[in-house]
Design a binder for this molecule. Structure first.
Ligand code: F6R
Length: 607
């Protein structure tokens, strides 16, 4: 989604803005622009395409020089990607950048057109700039307050008024925005990596707060202009964590970070060999009384929820319903106030997931957020938060965040089974000890299967369709594998529960169609082999992913990838590495933009 950066200080604002926007590229964008106060005037430069296109444009039209400016990467929603639709948008004294969607912009625009204002772009954002110009009578806070009263929707805004060239204003509602704090300079940004090079100290701007940045620092006021005392947050992420560190892409770096991320997520929550939920309201007594759990999330995070469902139902025997957040919101879900609602989100800002959380809270049920970003909206609004310590995930395709979300699902399932009495303390301790040993196994697996995944990518990169099949947890991983492949390699792919194939889909399996069959769950292995034989008999090119001890004759597969012996329960943590490496190398072979796949954004802050 769109990225915002703003800077005021002593450095060359253009350099800081472009550098900050590069750090936000992972959010996905199709055009970019900056506005810098140059010799008292606001110079705007914008261009469709990548930041390199913006820089090329500035080489022709002149690079603005000054110490105060705002910048933006746009992910088109209203109006195609084009120079004119790019941000910043200006109207007379007002220049601004915007992340989010103004839902009532058509009504606002009609009002402004009737007043005689002329519009240049098709965007909702230009309406905001024009409306602010109309409302601005010299009192900037009052004008912003009136603007907020008029707008409906989500927004993070960075604003410069031409008659206040040494100030930046920032406000937000349902779209992320932080203010970076430094000795003699300040920043605004959609996300921490944009400012990490300069500072790890920041304010989180809340709804109804207005941040005013000038050369002497930052003042946060309410909508009436009254000063608000803010707490300073410190990002634990260092700059290296948000850099590629010698890897060709963030995605492969992040896959290789899985063992560390798993250790960081698991170890702090194991006491005396038992998993401990870091939320005091979820003690054993309350867990024991639970009759139903809802897990709500989008995309890959929802797939981690599927692993949670299998683990919780298998170990603790509590029914779990997993819902896609964008569906959950509109089906009038039946939530009992004694239920537990788990919201999973890497970014903590996904618009549908946040809305689902708000809906769940109305039911009175306890809401637990499983989130990677401390201070994110979901983390703050849920009743309790359990953080995944994956560090910053920059590649659009989620990898290490998925693994650590699964790890939390396992710890929760184990604690629940202890509280419910479905497992004895010794049994829980035994499984917890195995979970703690998994990060080292994942490290070895990544190293071992890397060549096989490269080879598979070479064989399959030119295919147009590919099927994943599996049963139980292997099916959940198939669904995630299919998503990963689609999103970064653009190969059409479907995941099927292996037993379901012959109810329709097998008609698509003909000579040479690649099928990745995941068969690691012991009780389901024989059934899987029968399903594999069915596709093999129709000419499929089968890649079998199974345990190294599995006995299988070599006429049922064309390629084989072997996983070390661990229990069925934790196998998804090893399989995650396989599906991610396979998708990664396929994307590389096809020459795709691995970290920034087309049409996708890292943090989906619009519905
Ligand atoms: C796919 C992917 C997405 C996200 C989804 C939810 O690789 O990353 O499917 O998982 O957009 O995002 P978060 O977890 O930030 O709520």
């Amino acid at each position: 989604m769109c990225g915002i950066v703003g800077y005021i200080g002593t450095k060359n604002a253009t350099d800081v803005l472009i550098d900050g926007l590069r750090k936000l590229e992972y959010r996905g964008y199709d055009s970019a622009g900056i506005a810098v106060v140059d010799s008292g005037k606001i110079a705007v430069r914008k261009a469709k395409g990548r930041l390199d296109d913006l820089e090329a444009c500035m080489q022709k039209t002149g690079v603005p020089k000054g110490n105060c400016g705002i910048g933006h990467t746009r992910w088109a929603t209203h109006g195609e990607p084009s120079d004119v639709n790019s941000h910043p948008h200006s109207c007379k004294r007002v220049t601004l950048v915007h992340n989010g969607i103004i839902e009532n912009y058509i009504q606002l625009k009609e009002e402004l057109v009737n007043d005689g204002y002329v519009f240049l772009s098709e965007t909702d954002t230009e309406t905001v700039a024009v409306m602010l110009e109309k409302l601005y009578k010299g009192d900037s806070i009052k004008a912003i307050d009136e603007l907020c009263k008029k707008m409906r929707g989500s927004y993070a805004l960075g604003i410069i008024f031409s008659d206040r060239p040494e100030e930046i204003y920032a406000i937000r509602k349902d779209s992320p925005l932080i203010v970076g704090l430094c000795e003699d300079e300040s920043f605004i940004a959609s996300d921490i990596p944009a400012v990490l090079k300069y500072t790890n100290r920041y304010y989180l701007i809340e709804e109804n707060e207005i941040a005013v940045l000038n050369k002497s620092g930052v003042c946060v006021v309410d909508r009436e202009g009254k000063k608000i005392e803010k707490s300073v947050f410190e990002a634990k992420w260092d700059i290296e964590a948000a850099e590629k560190g010698g890897y060709p892409h963030f995605m492969i770096k992040e896959i290789n970070e899985e063992p560390k991320a798993l250790k960081n997520t698991i170890s702090p929550h194991i006491e005396n060999g038992m998993p401990v939920i870091p939320v005091s309201e979820l003690g054993d007594e309350r867990l024991a009384a639970l009759n139903k759990i809802h897990i709500v999330a989008c995309g890959t995070a929802m797939h981690a929820g599927l692993i949670g469902k299998s683990a919780i139902e298998e170990l603790a025997r509590i029914p779990v319903e997993v819902s896609i957040a964008s569906e959950f919101r509109y089906v009038n879900p039946i939530i009992n106030k004694d239920d537990l609602v788990i919201i999973i989100s890497q970014s903590g800002e996904t618009a549908d997931t946040l809305a689902a959380l708000r809906l769940a809270k109305k039911s009175g049920a306890y809401t637990l957020a499983v989130v990677n970003v401390v201070g994110s909206s979901i983390a703050r609004e849920a009743d309790g938060a359990w953080f995944t310590w994956a560090g910053p995930e920059i590649a659009v395709a989620s990898t290490k965040a998925f693994s650590v979300q699964c790890a939390i699902m396992y710890m929760l399932a184990l604690r629940l089974s202890f509280a419910k009495g479905t497992l004895s303390e010794d049994e829980v301790k035994e499984k917890t000890a195995e979970l703690m040993s998994i990060p080292d196994v994942v490290e070895k697996v990544i190293e071992q299967i890397d060549p096989a995944c490269r080879e598979l990518a070479c064989q399959n990169f030119s295919t147009t369709d590919l099927f994943f099949i599996g049963r139980g947890m292997d099916y959940s991983l198939s669904v995630e594998g299919s998503l990963k492949l689609k999103e970064i390699s653009y190969i059409h792919s479907e995941a099927y529960a292996a037993g379901e194939l012959k109810h329709g889909t097998i008609s698509l399996v003909t000579d040479g169609v690649p099928v990745v069959a995941i068969a690691t769950q012991k009780p389901l292995f024989e059934k899987m082999i029968s399903n594999i034989k069915e596709v093999k008999a129709r000419g499929a090119m089968v890649t079998l992913v199974c345990r190294e001890t599995a006995e299988v004759s070599n006429d049922v597969y064309d390629n084989i990838v072997k996983m070390p012996e661990i229990s069925d329960l934790f196998m998804p943590l090893l399989l995650a590495a396989f599906i991610q490496l396979f998708a990664y190398y396929t994307s590389v072979e096809r020459g795709c933009d691995v970290d920034k796949p087309r049409n996708l954004a890292k943090s989906v802050t619009v519905e």
